[in-house]
Structures are given as C-alpha cells and as structure tokens.
Design a protein around this ligand. Structure first.
Ligand code: GDP
Ligand code: MG
Length: 752
C-alpha cells in the first residue's frame, strides 16, 4: 500500500493521502510493507494518534512468534487494536511486514485505580513459518534487528506444546535476536538498553505449572546463548547482561474464552510504568508486576521516532552494520535544527519587527529608542531557549549542547545588534538633548539678567544625561548575556558629553569675552573721554585736583590714558579669569581669552582715541584750551581786556602753548619714557595652544604682529603729518579770530 516517498517530519506523507483520517489507519499503520519499504506516513500516524508531542512518554512493544499462533488476536484483545487476524476458515498468513498501532485501551482501568501506560505503540511483526523458511529468514533477521533497536518489550508468543522443542522455529528466532543484540552491543554498549523478553505461552492447559515451563525455557535460552559465537571481548558475557525475562501463560482462546479474556485483562494491567525491584535480579515473575521499566526505554523522543526508525530500517535493509550511536547523532542533528527553526518562529515574531523598526529609523537618519525593548527581548530570549531545551534536550546530549550553543549565539548575535542599536540611539538623542538643555538653561539665565552658573548647568545636565543613558542601557539589556555589558558605551557616551561640554564652554567663553570687551569699550569711552576733556582747560583740568592726585598736565596725557587703559583692562582680566575659572575653563583657554581681550581692548582704545581726534572734536578742544589760557588769568578769573594789557604777548604765549599740543596729540608717547607704551610686551606673545578660530576676527596691530609690516611707531601715530599741518593752520585762524575779538573788546572797554 505504500510508495517510497521522501520522508519529512512535518506530517507529509505519500501513500495515504494528504488528509489522514482515523479510517485510513483503521488497522494501524504498516510501518514496513512486504517489499520491505518503510512507510513515510508514520509521522502522520503518530500525529493523528497524538503521540508526536509526548517526548519520552511513550512505549514501544513488539510481538514475535511463528505464524498463526494468535499473535494478532492477542494484541487486539490486549490493546483493543484491529490488526488483521486470520479467519478461522481460510488459515493463511495475514500479517505482512510490520504493523504498528496505538493502544486503544489506555483510558480503561485494568484494575481499580490502575490504567495502562500512556502512548503504548504496539508492533505486530510478520511471523515466520517453519514450512516457508529460506527467503523469510532474511526478513526475520531484519525485523528482529529493527524490533530490538526500537522496542522496550519483545513479546515472544509460543504454544505451550512448543516449549522444550529446542529445535523449533521460535528458538531460531531467539538465536537471531541474541546474535543481533550482541552485534549492536559491540558498537556502543551505552546506546543499547536492556530489553524485556516477555514469553506469552498460549493454550496453557494447566497441567504443567508455569514455573516448570519457565525453567525449561530459561534452560533452552542458556543453551542457545552458550552456542552463540560471541564477538571478542564479550565471550564471557551472560544472557542476563542484556535481557530481563518475564513469563505468562494464557488459556485456550477458543476452548476457554472467558478464562482467556480474564487472563488477558490481567496481563494488560502489567503494561504500566514501574521500577525494578533490586531483589528481583533480572527475573520478572510476579504475575502483576509492572513491566515498562525506565531502563528499557530507547530514549528516542516521540517526534524523532519516525525518522530514527526509518534511518535504522534503511541501514538494516541495505545490510549495513547497524550503528545506533551514529543514527542517534544524525537524528539529533536533524531534529535539533528543526526544533531550532520551530522555536525561532515565535522569537522572530517579536524580534524581527523590532529589527526592522530600528533599521528603518537608522536608514532615515533618525535613530530611535525602542520602547520597552529589554522586556520584549528578555521574554523572547527566555522563551526561545526554554522551548528549545524542552524539545531538543531529549536528543543526543552532545549534539543538543552544540546546537543549543549555536542557537544561543544566533539569538544573542541578533539581540546584541539590537541592543547596540538601542545604545547608539540613546547616545545620539542623549547628546542632542544634553546640548539643547544646556543652551536653554543659559538662555534662561541670560534672560533673568545674565547671572547664571554655567558650570553648575553643565554638570547638572551631564549628570542627568548620564543617568538617563545608564537607565536606558540597563533596562534594555538582559543580564547574564554575553552582550549585556555597556561599560564601554557608557564611557564613550561620557567622553562625547565631555566633548560637547568643551564645545559649549568655548561658546560660553566667547560670550564672556564679548561681554568683557563691551565693558572695556564702554569704560574706556568714559574714562578716556574724561582725559581728553581735560585738554579743554589750559591748566590741565578745571578746578583743583582731588586730594592725593597729581595735578594733571597736558604733557602726561598719554601716560594717564595708558594708565587708565591698563587699569581698566586689568580689571576686566581679573573678572574674566574668575568667571572662566568658575565654569572650569582650562588655563589654556583662559590664557587665550585674556590675550584676545587685551588685543580687542587695544582696538577699543584706538577707536576711542580716533573718535576724540576727529577734526571737529579736536578743533573744539584746541580752541577751548587756547581760550582758557588766553582769556583766563592764573586764578581762573576771566580777563577784562584793557588797552594797556599786553594782549599780543598773552595771545602769542597762549597760541604757542596750544600749538604744542598738536605734536603731543599726534603720537601716543609716554612722557615718562619718551617712547610709545610697551604695547607689544603688554599684549604678550600669542599663547601656545591658539587655534585659527581664535585669531580669525582679530585686527592686526602694528609692532605686535610683526608680519604686518607695520611698526609700533606707526601703530602709535594718532595724527598724520598732513592732518597736523592742516589742524595747525586752522587753529591759528581760529586763535586769530579770538585775538581780534579781544583787541576790539579792549578798545570798546576804554570807550566805555
Ligand atoms: P498470528 O498469525 O500469530 O497473528 O495469528 P492470528 O491472530 O491471525 O490467529 C491465527 C488463528 O489462531 C486464528 O484463526 C485465530 O482464531 C486462532 N487463535 C487465536 N487465538 C488463539 C488461541 O489462544 N488458541 C488457539 N488455539 N487458537 C487461537
Ligand atoms: Mg498476525
């Protein structure tokens, strides 16, 4: 009924059709047909019978014996199966190949409070017939090997009258079973568990007690065992090393149907799970003892059974040496891979959308923090590993461990990438937020009147930002994973915040510098203006000098201006330094700031001087100076010109005195040294760590910036030659006017 089809594990099958129903498996499934072909529908059958997911919670039992010894009848009675039974009339072989069916009586209480074990799978093996041996011996051997490799319990079904017939067909079969078992053992003792040989003696008349029959059989078994040629290393092995034995006798089914039924019921009770009584030593002879012992179990998980069975059958059928360990490893590899795929489906359902979301955000240049990522991935990771362990740990330990490692590293690889993405999003947005927060706080401080603690703003925001980052990093990770350490990323983040802080501090330094320059400029405007105003009085100032102050003279104008200038700048420097230090500017930054401030201040002074000597302004001052000298006496009292006064003499003296101011004013020159002020030394050499940006907006200063080709002397020139001459000429004219007026008033006064 089957065609060879590729076996797949997910319930696809060939011959039975794509929708298996209970009906298609009415008589169970023919696992191996008469042409020795394995049925690819086995997974479907197990699925249908709900055995696939039972892990190790299933049992495999095979029945052996000559043809027509009532094997199928026994199984059907015992397990409620519907294996084909020879009709009473026809008497020919019915069971072909190997059939399998699930126990249908597992829900029935066989005795009060006792049920058969769950998921018993029974294999009905085609019996051999003494009359038709030859070709059949091949199948007998192969089916024995197959049953032994898969079954926990081998039921040997024999007539009572066959007991003691050492040469009988059954003994040939048992010899085969023993040989085959030794062969398997040779490969790997560990992977071949013990088996139970359960002798069911049929048509027991009752005249020979079971114990006697049992002893006869045991003797025969020993004889068979000793007649076997054992492989090297196993010469001394005993039959009990590999097999346990149990015996039961059943009455004649036709002649004593009720007794038969009752005994089979009792027998059914024994198909329960139990533990071996150490005192029993290999002999299970209590008539109610449980026979499904853990040590018989083949430890092939139910979901892997079809594949394992098929692999084994194919090896057996192609007469290859059966190698169970290799088969188990191959099975484990295949199944672990499949299980990994299955469990990854749920993992993907959670993780793939997150990965996509992250990738999209990154591609759009807007890395986004995924909300509650840690929770989502922790759940997904835990589930995928737990699910894998549940299903796959039943397989070959070494393979399972390796595949578990593979799965974990695959999962962790993806989660790590996701986590890194999360950290880098937190990094990017955190840096941005930090910089915004500082800028905003500074702006708020400026609005409130400019007094704000920049250092405090930065350190508070930095602390907040670091805490936020760490919180995100902690909540997104899964502790105990190889990728859960974020120390490095946190350090990188701190480093970048420091860099941003430095940048922000530089901005703040600029603001401070601008404020300082503005202050210097306004202060100089006031103080230098005052000094120039003093020129308007011919005695170097109106009124008496304040106490302790040296009386001003015209000649030390520049000394006074330089003094006012350096003092103002020095004051600004102190304030600048204090402020810059308060927000942790580096000594280098302070040094550059001060150097710039001095240069800018000099510029401000020059601007102020230029303003003071603008033509109109200066002319006014010269005129005032002259008039003060000419029209006021030493006491500061206005002169009333009389014709007798030496008007001409006074005029000439005052005029010459004022004219002397012109060369004095044209050059910034100290009376104390009769040289220009030490501007170059005062500004100082450019600091070491100066950047191009620091110099960008600076005007060149003669004598300071040598490459400018302008000397200090030139820098200190306030009025050029032409201007000086022009000024002198025009002043003289003005003075002449005043003189004429004085002359007139003297004559007028006499006339009065
Ligand atoms: P199998 O070939 O070993 O599976 O044997 P079957 O179950 O097909 O039975 C073969 C024949 O033996 C059938 O005609 C049954 O009715 C008959 N049979 C079944 N059980 C017993 C029994 O306990 N005693 C006797 N004498 N005949 C039985
Ligand atoms: Mg049969």
């Amino acid at each position: 009924p089957t065609a060879p089809t590729v076996l797949t594990m997910n319930g696809h099958f060939g011959a039975v059709g794509d929708n298996p129903t209970k009906e298609s498996f009415e008589h169970g499934i023919q696992v191996i047909d008469e042409d020795k072909v394995f049925n690819p529908a086995l997974p479907s059958y197990l699925q249908l019978e709900q055995v696939t997911r039972s892990g190790f919670n299933y049992h495999l039992i095979s029945v052996f014996g000559s043809q027509s010894t009532g094997k199928s009848t026994l199984l059907n009675t015992l397990f409620g199966t519907q294996f084909g039974v020879m009709s009473e009339q026809e008497r020919r072989q019915t069971t072909k190949g190997i059939w399998m069916s699930k126990n249908k009586r597992e829900h029935i209480e066989t005795a009060p409070g006792q049920k058969m074990a769950e998921n018993i799978l029974v294999m009905d093996v085609e019996g051999t017939d003494g009359r038709e041996r030859g070709e059949d011996q091949d199948f007998e051997r192969k089916s024995a090997l197959f049953a032994l490799a898969t079954s926990e319990v081998l039921i040997v079904n024999i007539w009572e009258h066959q007991v003691g017939l050492y040469q009988g067909a059954n003994m040939g079969l048992l010899k085969t079973v023993f040989e085959v078992n030794l062969q398997l053992f040779l490969k790997d003792a560990k992977s071949v568990p013990r088996s139970l040989l359960f002798f069911v003696i049929r048509d027991h008349l009752g005249t020979t007690p079971l114990d006697n029959l049992k002893n006869t059989l045991l003797q025969d078994l020993s004889r068979i065992w000793s007649s076997l040629s054992k492989p090297p290393g196993l010469e001394k092995s005993k039959i009990d090393d590999y097999f346990d034995f149990a015996f039961v006798a059943l009455p004649h089914k036709i002649l004593q149907p009720e007794k038969f039924q009752a005994e089979v019921q009792k027998l059914g009770l024994r198909f329960r799970e139990g533990f071996k009584d150490p005192k029993r030593a290999g002999l299970v002879d209590e008539s109610t003892e449980a026979i499904l012992l853990p040590e018989y179990h083949r430890r092939i998980p139910a979901d892997g059974f079809p594949m394992y069975a098929q692999g084994i059958w194919e090896q057996i059928d192609s007469n290859k040496d059966l190698d169970l360990p290799t088969q188990q490893e191959l099975l484990a590899q295949f199944r672990c891979d499949e299980i990994a795929k299955e469990v990854l489906v749920a993992f993907d359902a959670i993780v793939t959308p997150l990965e996509e979301q992250q990738a999209t955000a990154v591609a759009a240049g807007t890395p986004t923090i995924l909300a509650s990522l840690g929770q989502a991935i922790a759940g997904a990771r835990k589930a995928v590993l737990a699910d894998f362990e549940t299903e796959a740990s039943r397989y070959h330990k070494g393979v399972f461990k390796a595949k578990q490692g593979e799965l974990a590293s695959k999962v962790d690889g993806r989660l790590k990438a996701l986590y890194q993405g999360q950290l880098s999003a937190a990094h990017k947005s955190g840096v941005h937020e930090f910089s915004e927060a500082v800028t905003l706080a500074v702006k708020a401080g400026q609005k409130k009147g400019g007094s704000y603690d920049f250092y405090k703003i930065v350190s508070t925001e930095k602390q907040k930002s670091l805490e936020k980052f760490e919180k995100e990093a902690k909540s997104s990770r899964i502790e105990g994973t190889p990728w859960s350490d974020y120390t490095q990323q946190l350090n990188l983040y701190r480093k970048e915040l420091d860099e941003v802080s430095t940048r922000l501090r530089k901005d703040e330094m600029r603001r401070l510098a601008t404020r300082s320059e503005r202050w210097v400029r306004s202060r100089l405007g006031e103080l230098v203006g005052l000094e120039f105003n003093k020129l308007g009085s011919g005695r170097g100032g109106s009124g008496a000098p304040a106490e302790g102050e040296k009386p001003a003279t015209e000649k030390d104008l520049w000394d006074r201006i330089w003094g006012v200038f350096t003092e103002t700048v020095s004051h600004a420097e102190t304030r600048f330094t204090d402020r810059a230090r308060s927000f942790d500017a580096s000594p280098d930054e302070v040094e550059v700031g001060l150097w710039r401030l001095r240069r800018k201040s000099w510029g401000a002074l020059r601007d102020k001087i230029d303003e003071e000597v603008m033509e109109g302004n200066l002319m006014l001052k010269l005129r005032e100076n002259f008039e003060d000298k000419f029209r006021y006496d030493e006491e500061g009292v206005p002169r009333i010109w009389r014709p007798t006064d030496d008007i001409e003499g006074l005029y000439t003296k005052a005029r010459e005195s004022t004219l002397e101011l012109i060369p004095l004013l044209s050059r910034f020159r100290m009376i104390s040294t009769s040289a220009p002020p030490p501007l170059d030394a005062w500004i100082g050499a450019p600091p070491q760590n100066i950047t191009a940006a620091d110099e960008e907006d600076l005007n060149p200063i003669g004598g300071v910036d040598e490459e400018e080709g302008k000397t200090l002397e030139e820098e200190m020139t306030v009025l050029g030659d032409a201007k000086r001459q022009d000024l002198a000429t025009r002043f003289k004219k003005t003075a002449d006017g005043v003189y004429v007026e004085a002359k007139r008033s003297a004559i007028g006064g006499v006339a009065q």
